[in-house]
Design a protein around this ligand. Sequence first.
Ligand SMILES: *Cc1c(COP(=O)(O)O)cnc(C)c1O
Length: 394
Amino acid sequence: MTHGARKTERSQELFAEAHYIDYVCAYGPLILGHAYPAVADVLAAAASRGTAYGATSELEIELASVIEEAFPWIELLRFVNSGTEATMSALRLARAYTGRSKIVKFEGGYHGHADGLLVQAGSGQATLSLPDSPGVPPSFAAETLIVPYNDAPAVDSLFDRCGEQIAAVIVEPIAGNMGVVPASPSFLERLRQLTSQYGALLIFDEVITGFRLCYGGAQTILRIQPDLTCLGKIIGGGLPVGAYGGRREIMEMVAPLGPVYQAGTLAGNPLAMAAGIVTLKALEDRSVYEQLEVKSIYLEDGLRRAAGEAGVPIRLNRAGSMLTMFFTNENVTDFATAKRSDTQRYAAYFHGMHDRGIFLAPSQFEAMFVSAAHSDEDISATIRAAGQALSSIR
Ligand SMILES: *Cc1c(COP(=O)(O)O)cnc(C)c1O
């Protein structure tokens, strides 16, 4: 038998028999688990009524009202097809509203793949932003200023130098894309003060955190009002979606009410809207969040214990049902400390878990997402697998 043939046979075997306990959950959207019955049913019904209209549908209005009720500071909302479109459009709007062109993002913050956002500038030198990806012109990247996450003094001095040129600060209130790293409330409050003082907009990228931490966003818990909010993931119930919204006066600048162009052939798509409505209806019963919290604490405690028993130094960051186990022995509060994790150990752990039927993201710098579909038995099995996987990488 050739190696190729053996490989194919092996993959068929895996395909037929493999079962995984999934903590990727499509990188966040699947808070109710895969193929949630009410979502599957509503999709079939919605599809039989048409998959796109080129006009606003009642479903779009309904989902928008559900979201606006949960996010009191969103006065007007626009649906798009992805989180990337949401942040890209919100930043265009912020530039138009302020008449300025610079934007501020944080090291290790991910806001989708629009050109000007693919910049991390590990050097932390705001004036020397270099693109992370080939294909991004340095002149685009130069409009993006980078500051370390959770570093209020660095933001202070940036605004001191060029605050009048800054259109907006975009931030994940709980970072999920350098691994889970919560912002300190005082850091976010400082961002609010500085942006107000300098006439810049504060944009909360809640594409992950929206409806993940609570019924609403991190802003609901923190009581900090951003000017604009970006959403995605959970609000589409597993279908392609994004949304941005905020203060009426700003949002009214978007076409057709105002001059800032933004449109999307399939935006507000009836399938995505229907899946989103059913998902948010299920979450409206707040006990879902209480159960997620209980399960996530159980998982967190079990993973800490497993690492302790295996003698593997870790730091575990958790915010609600999103958590990351960093292979490091120092606290992780920003991208620099996240990057000090031993990614080879993470790789070994990832494979050890994969071999034991636990599906984690193949990167240290992602989150584990707990869903309503994870049972206590699933979590116990996960903790057992982690104990074995961790003791074999030591
Ligand atoms: C996933 C994500 C995005 C991008 O959303 P896509 O739907 O993948 O384009 C933007 N911001 C944050 C915080 C995200 O987690």
